[in-house]
Design a protein around this ligand. Structure first.
Ligand code: C2E
Ligand code: SIN
Ligand code: FE
Ligand code: FE
Length: 344
């Protein structure tokens, strides 16, 4: 324990120093010059300050005021040494934040008793602070655990859907990476971009509810079949909606909106323009580009050029122009993602 003693009278300093040395585990730090003492206290971590009142500037009151201005020292025990009859000084010292007083001239027994009390107070403060730190660390770990588990749940849900979807995992991964690319280029917040990575893989989770003979049909759908196929957006939304997880809320919105079109000709609700949430407009570009450049039971692979031409032709019709532009601005990244997940 660092016990700082500030007193401009050398004999007092010597006397109190000798007393402090009799306390277990205490190291006296002596300052005859209150300015130097103050500087030391602001730069270091004293455990107890004993400060005389009557000194050349800063006097005891100013000293305490300066120390208390340091947030670290808000609860630090400070004893002020003053004569018992200096009532006004004592009241002022209480206002500045003195913890207790020592009578002048210093009496050894009283000094030791009060110093011991103050140090006991200090020890319990330190123990409490330590406990608070441990608690904060435990909370942090628990929250990280919850996040990990939430992520795991999302991945398992997406995996369940993959079992029924004729599309392979690498299609979903590519589509997801494209959404992040577009969101980054649009300057959307970093945590939104990150949530997209968890949410976008579930955009077609509603296909779990599409009958096999429609989902897996080797040829084109009849209008009646397509009508049923379209329900995958609403089914996905029903599966994911009302979650307390922000990532799953985002996934619900993507499931619901990824087949809306910018000109209002999409489904399920024929929303137009900015009435379609941004995540839906982003997912539409990523999803269609991925579908076109992939093999499907009902269509063959399109070349990158043809797929790019399709996005350009339907800019402002099927797609939000800003999302198409962002996608082409990142063309290098698009090609890189195409190569990286080229396993299907
Ligand atoms: P998907 O195969 O992943 O296709 C996603 C979206 O990409 C389609 O949404 C469509 O906007 C676009 N797309 C895919 N292939 C083509 C294409 O050859 N030409 C053009 N112009 N656009 C294409 P859409 O049409 O709402 O379809 C949603 C999902 O319904 C498709 O996901 C697929 O799973 C299924 N689907 C749609 N039409 C057929 C079909 O004729 N036969 C079968 N078996 N499934 C279909
Ligand atoms: C959502 O946007 O995910 C909520 C459903 C709605 O658009 O009505
Ligand atoms: Fe879809
Ligand atoms: Fe899709």
């Amino acid at each position: 324990m660092n016990v700082v003693i500030v007193d401009d009278t050398p004999t007092n300093l010597q006397l109190m120093s000798g007393l402090v040395q009799r306390l277990d585990g205490c190291r006296p730090l002596l300052f005859a010059d209150s300015g130097s003492g103050l500087w030391w206290c602001l730069e270091h971590d004293p455990d107890l300050i004993i400060v005389d009142y009557m000194m050349p500037s800063p006097n005891g009151l100013e000293f305490i005021r300066q120390v208390r201005r340091e947030p670290r020292h808000a609860d630090l025990p400070i004893l002020m040494v003053s004569a018992d009859h200096e009532k006004q000084v004592r009241y002022a010292a209480l206002d500045e934040g003195a913890t207790d007083f020592l009578n002048k001239p210093v009496d050894g027994v009283e000094f030791l008793a009060r110093a011991r009390n103050m140090l006991a107070l200090r020890r319990s403060q330190l123990a409490l602070a330590g406990r608070a730190l441990t608690l904060a660390e435990e909370v942090r770990r628990a929250v990280a655990d919850i996040h990990d588990r939430e992520r795991e749940t999302i991945i398992r849900l997406a995996r369940a859907a993959e079992y029924r979807d004729p599309e392979t995992g690498s299609h979903i991964l590519r589509m997801t990476q494209y959404t992040e690319l577009i969101a980054a280029r649009l300057g959307l917040p970093k945590d939104f971009q990150e949530m997209l990575l968890h949410a976008a893989p579930m955009h077609d989770i509603g296909k779990l509810g599409t009958p096999d003979h429609i989902l897996l049909k080797p040829g084109r759908h009849t209008p009646e079949e397509f009508e049923i196929m379209r329900r995958h957006t609403l089914i996905g939304y029903e599966i994911l909606k009302e979650s307390s997880s922000r990532a799953i809320q985002l996934a619900a919105s993507i499931a619901l909106h990824h087949h809306e079109k910018f000109d209002g000709s999409g489904y399920p609700r024929a929303l137009a323009g900015e009435a379609i949430p941004i995540e839906g407009r982003i997912a539409a570009v990523a999803d269609v580009f991925d579908a076109l450049t992939s093999e499907r039971p009902y269509k063959s692979v399109w070349s990158l050029e043809d797929a790019a031409a399709y996005l350009r032709d339907h800019r402002g019709r099927h797609f939000d122009p800003a999302c198409v532009d962002a996608f082409f601005d990142c063309w290098g990244g698009v090609l890189e993602i195409g190569h990286r997940f080229d396993g299907a």
